[in-house]
Ligand binder design. Structure first.
Ligand code: XIL
Length: 380
């Protein structure tokens, strides 16, 4: 028995959000069992995030968990249907790839790259350097004397294995932390202490090993109009300009885009100016980890969904409305598996509703808001 789109789209608030935004029936998502290339009505393609991205001229996708791609068919089907670009939430982080100083674990990362290839999707690498996800053996094994060798060998092994297959590497993630009080706002992470030149070394090595991948610097907390965001944007921009001045290979900046819904959180001209400046510098701009937490909102689901969707809409209008962007990825695709629900951060302990598909894999108003924002800002 085939399920009609109408039956699939049972989420009432998603339906009304689509209608309210003037999105026609043909813009409703495909059933998870349909493939993105087989629209229900020939000549009338149903909307997916991927298709809305193609129409806009931007790659749209999401972070995934390989474990779920392997063993949860309805999740894998939704990812196949909606995403044009993937990144694994954890599988390419240092600790996951390096069970010991002399061994590598590539099963999950390999699966991701093969899944993406099989489904004609692009794939991002995330990341070589981060303050978190370092293995236990790191401390004690890595010293000032061998840090450069450890980093270079790691990048040679990993970037080398996937050379030519990666759309973009987040070579360094979150290198700025003003609170640490170091010069230029650099974060006081283990690599910084052991190898102060780690940033340049990491980018130069990645370029040498995989010349086709776009090399991205990725960071968070630079999205809002608040004072913290404003200061961090300045520090990140200085970092990017310094890299360019030193001739360090850098192709893009990743704006993580972990956002918050509610009237306190404003996204606007500061972000727009940052994007415009990066664009003028010849950098590509990617929104790499978008989600919208609803910590500050009351429990009522339709009200929460509307506010989260409104944040998606406003943010994407701001980010996409002027300079061309390379990609936008949400951090996860469904509320069922979002990292935001791993720590019950709402005071009422209710699960968050932060992504374009809810815990039943039904489209949320945020889905409609994303499709609509991509269409509204389309240059074609
Ligand atoms: C998160 C993952 O989603 C979690 O599963 C993991 O426990 C911690 O890391 N910024 C980043 C991502 O750059 O790597 C983080 O991913 C989320 C914040």
């Amino acid at each position: 028995m085939t399920t009609t789109r109408r039956q699939f789209l049972t989420h009432a608030s998603a339906l009304s959000a689509l209608a309210a935004m003037g999105i026609p029936d043909s813009a409703q998502p495909l059933h998870a069992s349909q493939s993105a290339s087989e629209p229900e009505h020939p000549g009338h393609p149903a909307a997916t995030l991927r298709a809305a991205g193609v129409a806009h001229g931007i790659l749209v996708g999401c972070a995934v968990k390989v474990r779920l791609l392997r063993d949860t068919p309805e999740y894998a089907a939704l990812v196949r249907e909606q995403a044009g670009i993937l990144v694994e939430e954890n599988a390419m982080k240092f600790a996951r790839l390096r069970p010991s100083p002399t061994t590598y674990f590539f099963d999950d990362a390999d699966y991701l790259v093969q899944f993406a290839e099989a489904n004609k999707m692009k794939v991002r690498g995330h990341n070589f350097v981060w303050c978190r996800e370092l293995p236990q053996w790191f401390e004690g094994y890595v010293t000032k004397a061998n840090a450069e060798q450890v980093l270079v060998e790691h990048i040679e092994h990993v970037a080398g294995r996937y050379a030519g297959k990666i759309h973009s590497w987040d070579v360094v993630n979150e290198a700025i932390n003003l609170e640490d009080g170091l010069p230029d706002g650099m974060r006081n992470l283990p690599w910084q202490k052991l190898l102060p030149g780690y940033l340049d070394i990491a980018y130069r090595t990645t370029r040498r090993v995989d010349p086709k991948a776009l090399l991205v610097y990725n960071d968070y907390g630079i999205e809002g109009e608040d004072e913290g965001s404003r200061k961090k944007r300045i520090a990140v921009m200085q970092l990017l300009k310094g890299m360019q001045k030193r001739g360090v290979p850098l192709d893009g900046v990743g704006i993580q885009s972990h956002l918050s819904a509610g009237p306190k959180h404003v996204y606007g001209p500061g972000l727009q100016a940052f994007i415009a400046e990066a664009h003028q510098m010849g950098l590509k701009i990617l929104l790499t980890e978008m989600d919208v937490n609803d910590h500050d909102l009351p429990a009522d689901i339709p009200a929460r969904d509307a506010s989260v969707a409104d944040t998606y809409a406003r943010y994407l209008q701001t980010a996409l409305g002027h300079s061309p962007l390379e990609a936008v990825l949400t951090w996860g695709i469904t509320d069922r598996y979002t990292w935001l629900n791993s720590d019950q951060s709402r005071s009422d302990k209710l699960p968050e509703r932060c992504l374009p598909f809810d815990a039943d894999l039904q489209p949320t108003p945020a889905f409609a808001a994303m499709v609509q924002a991509l269409r509204a800002t389309s240059k074609s």
